[in-house]
Design a binder for this molecule. Sequence first.
Ligand SMILES: N[C@@H](CCC(=O)N[C@@H](CS)C(=O)NCC(=O)O)C(=O)O
Length: 266
Amino acid sequence: MIEMYHFWDSPCCFKVRMVLAEKELEWTPHLIASVQFDHFQPDYQKLNPHCIVPTLIHDGQILLQSGVIAEYLDETFPKMGLKPESATNRALMRQWAHDEQTYLFPLIITMSFNLMMTLREKAYGMEQLQEWSKRHPDQTRAQNYLNRVSSPINQEAVDAAADQFAWHIKRLEKQFEMSGGPWICGEVYSLADISVAPILDRIEYLDLMSVLKNSPRVAEWFNHVKTRPAFHRASPPFEYRMWGPKKPIPQKQVSTDAPYGSFPSV
Ligand SMILES: N[C@@H](CCC(=O)N[C@@H](CS)C(=O)NCC(=O)O)C(=O)O
């Protein structure tokens, strides 16, 4: 039995959902509402001491870290193998999975915090956010979060992150020149594609696709990934996407009766 603690609009969870969907594996979801600090509650912390998602449980074994989980699933369920044939391409696959975690993910966190999280205060109101923040076991961190969501957008930080992101995308463009495509490591759709695609999904959702303007192969690749049925099955439903440039907050204050973990648009 496979269970996963996740939230829909998390690129790390999206990655694992893509692997599960490619392999057509059944899994039981446990939805975490990060805005309510579910992931800092003692029961969850027992499973995942870092208080982050995803956490996967397979036949009682707890597994952490999206990249580790993705590779574990690929090794455990050989249907639709997600690793290239050659050791060189497998090394390149791990290199891109590493670069996603080390460079791309932190950059989209900066962009997302500014362009998405800051909408929470306007949507829910500070009083509600303060109420939820009482559930955080570390009140200094909770206060820091409240300060950040209520600060004005730091456009300079967003622009700097977008520039750095575009630089990494140019490296990815070169990788396609080297591998010949259609996938990042050549002929085989692999964990490299599955690591980077959710990040580009977020870039698209942030309306920052201009970072791909000098990287046509990357743009073509991303369109190709989006045609995969497994990508669709793993994608966040619109209702569970956070508010952002492509999903404005509703006109009136959001009621807490909305479906658990959702971000209603009306
Ligand atoms: N390296 C970890 C990163 C996990 C991570 O940071 N997850 C984010 C969501 S993508 C999270 O849980 N953030 C906590 C929060 O939003 O408070 C992994 O790949 O699993």
